[in-house]
Write a protein that binds this ligand. Sequence first.
Ligand SMILES: [Zn+2]
Length: 201
Amino acid sequence: MASGGGTRTENTSNIKEYVEFLEGEGEQKFAENPKHVMYVKIACHMVRVLLSEMQTPYYLACIKCNKKVINEGGFYSCQNCAQNFDSCNYRYILSAVVADFTSSFIVQFMGETADQIVGMSAKEFHERKEAGQWGLEEMRQELSKRAFKDMHLIIRTKKEESTFQASQDESNSRLRHYGAKVLDWNAAEDNKMLLLRLSAY
Ligand SMILES: [Zn+2]
């Protein structure tokens, strides 16, 4: 995965420690290079997915480039590829509150990492919604079943322009955390055990 100075994935950190790091040393790195990307691994759980009445938590994605496509009735048009396709993918884009024993923060999940968080593919999610099998309340209930499950999460942090209109003296960029990889708690433990066993030889 990441190479270079931004990686802190060798060891598991906690959220409080990481936020403090970002406010100090991290802030300097971003000042030197606004495109800097940082990685950290934390042991945590998802508290809840933030669902809004206004937005569906997924979008119709181009089968070639994963960018948003427009359903033109029968075909899907991608501006990025300047091409029309017969089919599309469904990709989640959602925000979730992630917590450990020290603190919590909001993490964005997209694509496969979001599939793991939700425990259901975005396509299935879409089909259930289209079939009228559930509304927002059912989605909330389904997602709440996933909450508080222990996991190891690799987080990617970068500085992004805020989509909100910032006042003139306010910086309009902020740090955003993305779920880069969801590691099953047991798998992580298994790997540790495997390493211990291998080192015994
Ligand atoms: Zn495309």
